[in-house]
Design a protein around this ligand. Sequence first.
Ligand code: TYD
Length: 392
Amino acid sequence: MKKFLNLGLQPLANSYITRNKLNHKEKKFKLIVGFNPKNYLVSILNTIPKEKMFNDKYPYKSSESLTMKKSFKDLSVEIKKKFKPNLILEIGSNDGAFIKNFKKNCVIGVEPCKNLAKITRDKGYKTFSEYWDVSLAKKISKKKKIDVIYSANTLSHIENFSEIFKAVNLSLSDKGILILEDPSLLECIKNVAYDQFYCEHIYVFSAIALKKILDKFNFEIFDIQNTKTHGGSNRYFIKRKKNSFYKLNPNVLKNIVVEKKNGLHKFSTYKRFANKVLLSKKRLIQVVKKIKKNKKRIIGYGATAKSCTVLNYCKINDKQIDFFYDTTSYKISKFLPGSKIEVKKYKKLKKNVTDYVFLGAWNFKKEIFKKERDFIKSGGKFITHIPYPKII
Ligand code: TYD
């Protein structure tokens, strides 16, 4: 593993602090990102035990966003049409934004975060509140094999691939496929989106890296879709090598060629990326400094895990950003880890509240700009750091 980016000491991105614990010392971890020249995998170096991150208080809910809900709905229509599955399983089913698009008797959720698993179970969806592994796969698929396994924004959190793919292989039917969806490394590099790296995001995948990993488990990618969610993601359609039911789509080679053209297989690309990250930090600090010099207020929008990386790396705190608006009930009245900026219940933006808004949830820019068009029309400004820090 060759290191290329040091994002400093970072708290756990999703451990929002309650007011009574504001003065407690937070645990911080070195956030260093590296590149493996053998399998092209980009990952963080210090991983945190999963039990510390995915517990009964996991705050992120997919259903909070219209973009994600629509993306899952569209995909479910496509899956039904193309693959006609009898049984579907989702690894990391969160609050059910994907599985709720299927009939209750033909979908199974797997979600280790108990607070989230309870939501879908209460609605009548079979949900296992466990980590996806070989023993769970055996238990679930004993009577009936699974035709489609879907997992979005989850594999990037899981250290042990071997267990995952063994469990997938065990439980898939003969024609069965696996669909993985995760932020695209190419988009991350192009957008200088260094905030895709935080303690929970162990990996940001490229097609070339995933291909190498899958190879070891006798799986292969037969189609790739580039989607707009989470700042640009890839949806990989994967099958067993021996499964000749699906043809190789030319998209796969196209994606690989583009990634190689952009140098994702070379260490020098990542060194250049790290230099851009440093510039991005300097520039964001300048932008914020200038606004504060003019005695203007800044608030944040979308208290994301990504913001946690940015704020802690750029050492921006409650002296510069008064508070964040967020729609997630769990985060409200708590404080962002590290920067200790308060999260308040979302209200429509108004010029008399603030002139400047730091766009923490930049991956939902389109949705947010539509929602806040009155604020924008009245002269309200957003600060974004993607692809480089500027006021818009
Ligand atoms: P997410 O995109 O999952 O980012 P991360 O994985 O980095 O945490 O989180 C989006 C956050 O933004 C979530 O807390 C909900 C919030 N949000 C709003 O408050 N308003 C909005 O209109 C949208 C789209 C999101």
